[in-house]
Write a protein that binds this ligand. Structure first.
Ligand SMILES: Nc1ncnc2c1ncn2[C@@H]1O[C@H](COP(=O)(O)OP(=O)(O)OP(=O)(O)O)[C@@H](O)[C@H]1O
Length: 253
């Protein structure tokens, strides 16, 4: 995937993203980090086709994303939103089947056998017939990830996948994402607030501020106190934690 001269505005005559070009590292985990309002979600939505750029293109396999039909797009890109609408009376299986809609004309005729693999990967087999509203936040997040996987995408995009989860479930979801990336060789693109989580799980990082990519590179290239302090306008230090490694702390007084 390539971002070619993307521009996007929320307010007339005030471009928020302007002339942004960047190559997406394929088959890796990429995290977009930056302060509130930096444009991380906006950029992810442009990359997933949920938002159309005012000018420029997102190029996928030589084609502009905007030239693909909804179904073609859904076979290439799956998105896990920050907040998902939870429908009463939908079982885990029903939700995961929605991910197969990219390959069928009718949801009602999708066989259970088609989703068993995705339920298994997300460790949901035993919960398949439960109502989604009966599940914990962490379990629900696994259901959305399974539905995204059922699209068999090349790109899995997640906006803050662990926001409402406690530390235990945060780790569980991140481990699942890492496992999926390894097993399926997909490209994972995430917006993550927690810098340490981003550094721990990612191969590549994009640092974003005020609608611009201020720095891109590997985790080791961007684990830099000065860069982080500038990005977040706050004094950041990197400390060494035994049995963990580098850990970023904010020492703002
Ligand atoms: N629907 C909208 N209408 C108008 N302005 C918007 C809209 N959505 C976002 N913005 C503005 O665009 C800018 C970028 O927002 P975006 O949500 O992409 O940032 P973000 O980096 O994801 O932020 P956060 O970390 O707070 O989630 C912000 O200034 C925001 O106020």
């Amino acid at each position: 995937m390539k971002l070619d001269d993307l521009s996007y505005k929320y307010v007339e005559n005030e471009p928020f993203i302007s002339g942004l070009s960047q190559e997406v590292p394929e088959g890796q985990i990429l995290s977009i980090i930056g302060p509130n309002g930096a444009g991380k979600s906006t950029l992810l939505q442009l990359m997933s086709g949920q938002r159309q750029p005012d000018s420029g293109k997102v190029i996928l396999d030589g084609q502009s994303l905007s030239d693909l039909s909804l179904k073609q797009r859904a076979q290439k890109i799956a998105v896990v939103q920050q907040q998902n609408q939870v429908y009463d009376r939908m079982t885990v299986s029903d939700v995961v089947k929605t991910g197969r809609a990219a390959y069928h004309s009718l949801l009602a005729t999708i066989p259970d056998s088609e989703i068993s693999e995705f339920l298994k990967t997300a460790d949901l087999t035993d919960l398949a017939d439960k109502q989604i509203t009966e599940l914990s936040g962490g379990q629900q997040q696994r259901v959305w990830i399974a539905a995204a996987l059922a699209q068999e995408p090349d790109y899995l995009m997640l906006d803050e996948p662990t926001t409402y989860l406690d530390v235990h479930f945060q780790k569980e979801i991140m481990d699942l994402i890492k496992q999926l990336q390894r097993e399926k060789q997909i490209t994972v693109i995430m917006v993550i607030h927690n810098i340490n989580t981003a550094f721990k799980v990612s191969d590549q990082i994009w640092m974003m501020r005020a609608g611009k990519l201020v720095k891109t590179g590997t985790v080791s290239e961007l684990e830099d106190e000065r860069l982080l302090s500038e990005l977040f306008a706050s004094e950041m230090r990197i400390v060494d934690v035994p049995d963990y490694g580098k850990y970023v702390v904010d020492i703002n007084r």
